[in-house]
Design a protein around this ligand. Structure first.
Ligand code: Z5A
Length: 211
């Protein structure tokens, strides 16, 4: 049976400190101003079970987490999230804005950890088939700037990776953004106001193209 998803699926991507949290509000406010019924969520997480998986993924422990276990947990959380939250909302015509999705898996587990893209693509196909975001905003910021913004806050397991890891993550995002038409690159090294203006403009353009 064909799954009729009438809502639009938007995702926000970027390295930590790129300003996703800060700009999620701009996306939602702009969509509401355009009369769109919108809900927000995040990955890994978004449902009670998926949030428990998030805790497993981000907790700092003595036992190192195996790269493949990390990849499978990301997709386990995603499967749960899609079935119990994202697909039902899209079916009901609600637009969903998700803080990170599978592009992050290609960037972090693929680019960062070095897992081959073909293995990720296999899981992607299994977990979400043809469902892809209709629009992805990639907030791009040099690693140096991101590190300065994060400062000395309490870092989770993934944030503790070394600089070279985040350089590979960024390179992977940029490479995908160059290939995928749905991914819009936003220069997130600009001021908060300039980034917010670029985000708002991109959202208004998308809504105008999808009345
Ligand atoms: N992950 C993965 O590995 N694989 C996957 O498939 C998925 C995720 C889905 C948790 O994600 C981790 O999961 C993440 C990737 C991994 N790990 N890392 N590292 P998350 O999205 O929940 O966590 P995060 O990336 O650490 O989010 P964040 O720290 O909240 O980043 P942010 O939302 O982009 O930053 P922010 O809180 O909006 O801004 C950070 C600070 O910078 C704050 O003080 C702002 O005021 C400041 N800021 C933001 N923009 C500006 C500008 N333009 N100018 C000046 N200052 C700014």
């Amino acid at each position: 049976m064909v799954d009729r998803l009438t809502g639009k699926f938007l995702t926000l991507e970027g390295s930590e400190g790129a300003g996703k949290s800060s700009n999620l509000d701009i996306v939602v406010t702009t969509l509401r101003d355009c009369g769109v019924d919108v809900a927000t969520t995040r990955e890994p997480g978004g449902t009670e079970t998926a949030e428990s998986i998030r805790e497993l993924l981000l907790a700092v422990r003595d036992e190192p987490l195996d790269d493949l276990a990390e990849l499978l947990l990301m997709f386990a959380a995603r499967a749960q999230h899609l079935t119990t939250k994202i697909r039902p909302m899209l079916r009901a015509g609600t637009w969903v804005v998700c803080d990170r999705f599978t592009d992050a898996t290609y960037a972090y587990q693929g680019g960062g950890r070095g897992i081959d893209a073909a293995s990720i693509a296999l899981l992607e196909q299994l977990v979400h088939g043809d469902l892809q975001p209709d629009l992805t905003l990639y907030l791009d910021v040099p690693v140096e700037v991101a590190f300065q913004r994060i400062g000395d806050r309490d870092l989770d397991r993934i944030e503790r990776e070394e600089r070279a890891f985040f350089e590979r993550v960024r390179a992977n995002y940029l490479e995908r953004a160059g290939r995928e038409e749905r991914i819009e690159i936003i220069d997130a090294s600009a001021s908060l106001e300039a980034v917010a203006a670029a985000v708002e403009q991109t959202i208004r353009r998308f809504v105008a193209a999808h009345p």
